[in-house]
Design a binder for this molecule. Structure first.
Ligand SMILES: Cc1cc2nc3c(=O)[nH]c(=O)nc-3n(C[C@H](O)[C@H](O)[C@H](O)COP(=O)(O)O)c2cc1C
Length: 210
């Protein structure tokens, strides 16, 4: 079993990265071969609308635009599981996450009937990290993010999403103009809740990579 793990945060050592490393360990715990990618290290852009993937006679499920994302798309489509984590920026996944999705999903989407050309099955674990507390996520963000989750249904596998809420954004809030946040409350959340989130990420990584 192959599992591709993607950190779609620009930060390589913070919340999303830690969650994805735990998800990766979960995948490895059930024997999956894994690959970890920091998406912000990859030089690429979103879909250029070249439409070569929609040309008659062309092989399906292939993004024909050649840049450093092209081989990654190929490896994702050859994998059994995709684990991807993104911070929430203005209520949405990051721009880089979105750019990857444009490329990955557009090339498997049929413009004939809106179905998926993809005949394989890739389980997807989607992890969101955010400042918002869980209740705010449930009330105001979850429904909107379901649109993103729907796009992964084109890969025919199980899609599991998990919100990591109220994350710590900087190690010392006193150095920043961030009076809206309490260092004490953030640290408490980080000590009490974040380890549970890591554990959950491990379990999802393992479950989806079996
Ligand atoms: C540009 C920007 C926009 C953000 N917008 C939101 C937001 O709309 N809602 C939210 O809950 N957190 C927001 N955040 C906070 C991040 O989602 C949060 O700190 C996340 O855990 C960061 O992930 P990282 O530590 O892996 O980089 C924003 C952060 C940045 C830098």
């Amino acid at each position: 079993m192959k599992t591709v793990v993607i950190n779609a945060s620009p930060r390589k050592k913070w919340n999303t990265a830690e969650i994805m490393q735990s998800a990766q360990k979960g995948a490895e715990s059930v024997g999956a071969e894994t690959e970890y990618i920091n998406l912000y290290d990859v030089d690429f852009k979103g879909c250029r609308s070249c439409l070569v993937c929609k040309l008659k006679g062309k092989e399906k499920c292939k993004c024909y635009w050649r840049d450093n994302l092209s081989p990654i798309i190929e490896r994702i489509l050859a994998a059994d599981t995709l684990l991807i984590g993104t911070p929430i920026y203005f209520g949405e996944p990051t721009a880089e996450f979105r750019a990857l999705i444009e490329r990955l999903i557009f090339c498997v989407l049929s413009y004939d009937d809106g179905s998926s050309y993809f005949t394989g099955k890739i389980n997807v674990g989607l992890f969101y990290t955010m400042n918002a507390p869980l209740q705010f996520f449930e009330d105001s963000m979850k429904d909107n993010l379901a649109k993103t989750e729907f796009l992964f249904s084109f890969l025919n596998g199980e899609v599991t999403s998990y919100p990591v809420c109220d994350t710590i954004q900087v190690s010392d809030y006193s150095k920043f103009n961030m009076a809206g946040f309490s260092q004490e409350a953030k640290e408490k959340q980080w000590i009490l809740q974040f380890p549970k989130d890591l554990e959950k990420a491990f379990k999802i990584g393992a479950e989806l990579s079996k």
